[in-house]
Design a protein around this ligand. Structure first.
Ligand code: SAH
Length: 396
């Protein structure tokens, strides 16, 4: 089969020689052939030297690299990459674990599969394509997952309606590619159970990436009054309850999320009077709440900056949000504060939180610096893959 060839401008091969997995459109000198979005293409230096093979895209990132070794993806290639990803999760102790059936099996560039995310919830894998290239091979990927998982995964649900490039104009209807699972599928994380709604829920249905940070919170929860802001389906709240919190309040603007949070309370702590959930805007809740009511607060907002252009506003947003928490948290309180915006780096986030602390004038110490868990690995050649940042702060 003939693959289109992408020739780079002189000196533009350096990032590929360092295994960075993206080719930007501005680096391209000429294209030989007529690739369509999603096609496999070969990338060459201006001196006609082979560099890499990847999926072609229309947009600022023009090629997402799949191989630096001349491999053109076929079924064996997908199986190999997915089994490498699976082996890592096994080594992390996430597979066949009585207390945990939920983990990320494939994390895009972090698993050398740019454009692909796969989360596993017990017998169901939810597959999400962020590129047309991955969309086109979704069935091959689903089959590879089932084969590699050796009976552990029976259903593969495809959920890419909102993650594929808007202009790509491909038929990306959500639905099962293999098998089917009724609504009763439960995710388990460190022994806590969650209803996961991958059909209607956010992301693949659950924020798998906060597992270790939620678990850390459990250790801080004893005898605390806990406020879990942006709770989604209540993740942090249940760790707080198990950790011995005195009361736990969960807040989210989505009524559906609050509904699921309440269902999850019944699943884990039926009839426990310590928990209450509020479907309301976080900023309003923080404005209205009395001072010193809570001494453990979680702030886990959605990505304020989806693109670089809105970075300034996003940083203002983090500053404003954190300033409200610093103003109201009880003396000796602990604040878990996060940003999942890829466009905001660690230093920028810390500066926003620093500015918020300075406004409050309180004595604040950093206890932990948090990030994404090991099943969301960061390819060292692709620092952009580091997106989740968190600080645990002691506020006097
Ligand atoms: N902490 C959660 C994940 C949070 S995701 C977990 O561990 O699972 C971010 C959540 O913020 C979403 O559920 C979204 O509905 C909610 N959200 C977005 N804007 C909000 C706002 N202005 N006020 C309250 N919640 C908001």
């Amino acid at each position: 089969m003939d693959f289109a060839k992408i020739f780079l401008k002189p000196k533009k091969e350096d990032s590929l020689l360092r295994f960075h997995p993206w080719v930007f459109s501005g680096a391209i000198q000429r294209v030989v052939g007529n690739p369509k979005e999603g096609d496999v293409v070969d990338v060459y230096s201006s001196g006609n030297e082979y560099l890499a093979t990847g999926h072609y895209q229309v947009g600022s990132i023009a090629v997402r690299i799949l191989s630096f070794e001349g491999e053109h993806p076929d079924q064996a290639f997908w199986e190999k990459r997915i089994s490498e990803a699976f082996l890592l999760r096994k080594r992390l102790g996430l597979v066949d674990n009585t207390f945990n059936n939920t983990y990320r099996l494939v994390h895009g560039e972090g698993d050398c599969l740019p454009g692909l995310v796969v989360d596993v919830y017990g017998p169901t894998a939810v597959l999400q394509a962020h590129s047309v290239g991955m969309h086109m091979v979704r069935m091959e990927l689903a089959q590879a997952i089932v084969k590699v998982m050796e009976g552990r995964v029976e259903n593969v649900y495809y959920k890419s309606e909102t993650t594929l490039p808007f202009k790509a104009n491909v038929d990306s209807e959500n639905g099962y590619l293999i098998g089917e699972c009724d609504d009763q599928c439960l995710a388990m994380e460190y022994g806590l159970k969650f209803h996961v709604d991958w059909l209607r829920g956010q992301k693949t249905g659950f924020f798998v990436d906060q597992r270790e940070n939620r678990s850390l919170l459990e250790k801080y929860a004893k005898d605390r009054n806990v406020l879990n802001m942006f709770c989604y389906t209540g993740g942090f709240s249940f760790y707080a309850m198990r950790g011995g919190a005195r009361l736990v309040h969960s807040v989210d603007s989505s009524a559906k999320a609050i509904d699921l949070t309440n269902k999850n309370v019944e699943l884990n702590f039926p009839g426990d009077p310590r928990h209450e959930a509020f479907a309301t805007d976080a900023f309003k809740f923080l404005d209205d709440m009395e001072k010193d009511k809570y001494d453990l607060i979680v702030l886990d907002p959605p990505a304020f900056a989806k693109h670089r252009e809105v970075l300034r506003n996003a940083l203002q947003g983090y500053k404003k949000l954190n300033a409200k928490a610093f103003e109201k948290i009880k003396k000796g309180g602990v604040l878990f504060t996060f940003s999942c915006s890829q466009a905001v780096n660690k230093e920028q986030f810390r500066l926003a939180v620093f500015s918020a602390a300075a406004i409050s004038g309180r004595n604040v110490r950093i206890l932990h610096q948090l990030t994404q868990p090991a099943d969301h690995p960061i390819n060292i050649y692709h620092p952009e893959g580091e997106y989740l940042k968190g600080l645990v702060l002691y506020v006097e």
